[in-house]
Design a protein around this ligand. Sequence first.
Ligand code: TRP
Length: 476
Amino acid sequence: MENWQSRFAFLMAAIGSAVGLGNIWRFPYVCYKNGGGAFLIPYFVALFTVGIPLLIAEYSVGSIFRKSSPIAMRKISKKVEWVGWWGVFSAFFISIYYCTLMAWCLCYLFHSFGLIWQPDAGNFFFNKFLGITSSPSIIGKINIQILFALLFIWTSIFLILYKGVKSIGKVVAITVPLPTILLLILTIRGLTLPGSSTGLEFYLSPDFSKLAMPSVWLSAYAQIFFSLSLAQGIMIVYASFLKKGSDITNNAFITALADGGTAFMAGFAVFSVLGYLAYQTGLPMNEIARGGIGLAFITYPTAISKMPFMPSFFGIIFFLALLTFGIDSAFSMVEAITNGIKDKFNISREKATFIICLIGFLIGIILTGGGGIYWIEITDHFISNFALVFIGLLECLIFGYIFGGEKIRKYANEVSEIKIGRWWKFMLKIFSPIALISIAFASLIELLTEGYENYPSWSLGVGTFIQTFPELSVKK
Ligand code: TRP
């Protein structure tokens, strides 16, 4: 039976999975769009009403059954095994595009030496680096540089995972603290640049009127839900390696707070630098502020090349931080599926890991072409907005009603330092399902309304994408 070598190893792995690209490029943007400092209220409410309760449930189920998510589900009831599979397959699909994003980060790490995205980082990214095609149906030329970076990422994942959780424990002891320190350096650098206060004001100035908008609350719930890597069998499989009698509840609180704390700090690193860019270019903040791919590969690099002192160094730090924050999220997703396959087909861990990494790499090759970015946006949109939310909902119902919320609560209270009251059962069985249904509903309405504009309805992802990157539609 495999076990984590220590509580620290488990915590680092779980935090490493939770903290990822989402914390750096999603949270700060979501926060500023939804009321700035005031957004912290719905964010923390979501953390305590859905994030932590579900995390406690996943940790408990993992450590009760000591199996990957599909097998744990089968033990709860044969009829729900497919929910577990659905979760781990979603994790697998996410890991495919997540690794491509990391391959881009790796390339940009090297580009930082010469700051070669100058003078126009947007043009460099879309045309020279990606060689973007005019539509997702055109794969375009495979970029050899990205292809090799992708091979490197998948090989690293294989090497980290095939020996088992002991080696994961060793890796996360470095890849979780290191980027946190790098982020701190970037934050300090950002705060000491002229104009940084404008950026921070933009990020945090509270707009309490936004708290009356349901969409703001939904954004908070969605952010918590994705950021904690819930509903993909990841936290279940990680908890299955806990020694019998390990703490559950306190670990869930620590994971969740570390995740939120990193996201909040990333906002300082990002917005202080955006403030500096506004100061340098004279553009207003709302034209500069954005999240996602554009932030990491266009806006931030632009700001870096304008830095007065050692710009290459800060470029390297930024992309190294993204890479090391991302890698533990990426291999946690792969770990979820390989364990499912290993348990189900009774093959060795090495074999399962090799097969999955190979398939992941081969499918990922398609994404290294000029049409890849469209598919990344489309997959991300559909998996995160629909699949994961739906699986999360099913999980609440399965754990709360079929397996029994009370059983989980009893187990968690037996082993944990912090005891949970009846509120937890209410959150799992009633509140969380309602919150998740609302997120799904809101996304559906968005799909229906936005899907009709100019774009064929299947390509909502493309629509969202073009709205996110208006310069793309202008340039082409
Ligand atoms: N939680 C990690 C992050 O915030 C990675 C992650 C896991 C993820 N599953 C996801 C990100 C689904 C987006 C969607 O980056």
